[in-house]
Write a new protein. Structure first.
Length: 347
């Protein structure tokens, strides 16, 4: 194992800082989140659109489920290239637009936010750079206050983006229960960091080159994020699927040498995710699931947060700890994946 893998990585430090980063966000940006929430409530949008790429787009997917489940508003992802490459204008009157970008500098995200505003949308930027072009292009700018993130793989900025989105929605709908659940997240995240997945998962998957990661509802976004992190930090091919969709075409790949990680949250989808995990385990696949409802699949330790929308975030925090350790176990430096850099500015 190389010397780089024996040192404490930036990624590890940033994961361990997540509880403090979330507390900083809820305290330092609480007033701005409340103001932007009131702005959405006053606009009373007919629908929501999101603009994002990479991990930020996974946070947007998480928000899609959260908004649709609690506010009853349809949410659509808008391709940034519609504005930046194709130069098309969208009719977005009566909508709100959430633009999520860690750096706030990617030209295509900024262009789409500007186009959305010009098209009649109320625009809200969620970014880790309060003085960024994206923040200046939006009606409201939420500083997620994650602090500097030096590892290429985003962790605390992903969590803070998702938490900011939930807080924004809670303020816009007057959801006091969700706001109370968010206030408890720093404590829950501390427990999630302590969950040991490494000793359960590493031996089974270390010799494999590919795996499936499953979720459903809000946890489907966490499956997408986990698959990306496997590729970025471990050089492993991972694909995310809905626990329902995997039972169709992808099922053909399942067998004794094809691992499956199922991320089940404590919400209405948990029984179906646990059932899917057991069905795949019955076919001989090594399957791991974050649910006590499974019988055949191996159960992973997890933290129940007491709210169906915050549960998936605790799962991805536990996963982050695992994937950082697993990358080092494979002799890789998760801070500097090949061919990647921290800020990607697409046009």
């Amino acid at each position: 194992m190389s010397a780089a893998t024996t040192e404490i990585t930036h990624m590890r430090r940033e994961i361990e800082e997540i509880p403090q980063a979330v507390a900083r966000l809820l305290d330092g940006s609480g007033a701005v989140l409340a103001e932007a929430g009131r702005g959405i409530r006053q606009r009373d949008p007919n629908f929501i659109v999101t603009v994002a790429r990479g991990s930020s787009d996974h946070a947007a997917t998480f928000m899609k489920y959260a908004v649709e489940l609690t506010a009853g508003l349809a949410v659509a992802s808008v391709g940034p290239s519609i504005a930046s490459i194709y130069g098309k204008k969208l009719r977005l009157g009566g909508s709100a637009c959430l633009a999520i970008s860690q750096s706030g500098r990617s030209p295509d995200i900024v262009a789409m936010a500007q186009a959305a505003r010009a098209g009649g949308a109320l625009t809200i930027a969620i970014t880790n750079n309060a003085d960024s072009p994206l923040a200046r292009a939006s009606d409201h700018a939420i500083d997620i206050l994650a602090g500097p993130e030096r590892s290429v793989a985003a962790t605390k900025t992903f969590i803070n983006s998702a938490v900011a989105g939930l807080a924004l929605m809670a303020h816009s709908t007057g959801d006091d229960a969700l706001l109370a659940a968010l206030a408890q997240l720093p404590e829950h995240f501390g427990k999630a960091i302590a969950c040991d997945w490494m000793s359960v998962l590493a031996e089974t998957i270390e010799k494999q080159q590919s795996l499936f990661i499953l979720g459903r509802g809000p946890s489907a976004a966490m499956a997408n994020e986990a698959a990306l992190k496997f590729k970025e930090t471990c050089g492993m091919h991972a694909e995310a699927y809905s626990a329902a969709e995997v039972m169709h075409g992808p099922l053909a790949l399942i067998g004794p040498d094809f691992p499956v990680l199922a991320l089940a949250a404590r919400d209405a989808s948990e029984p179906s995710v646990a059932e899917a995990a057991d069905r795949l385990a019955a076919k001989g696949a090594p399957v791991f699931v974050t649910s006590a409802l499974a019988d055949r699949a191996v159960r992973l330790p997890h933290v129940a947060t007491g709210h169906p929308l915050t549960d998936p975030l605790a799962l991805i925090v536990s996963f982050y700890m695992f994937v950082e350790a697993f990358a080092r176990h494979r002799g890789l430096d998760p801070d500097t994946p090949p061919n990647l850099r921290k800020v990607t500015e697409t046009v």
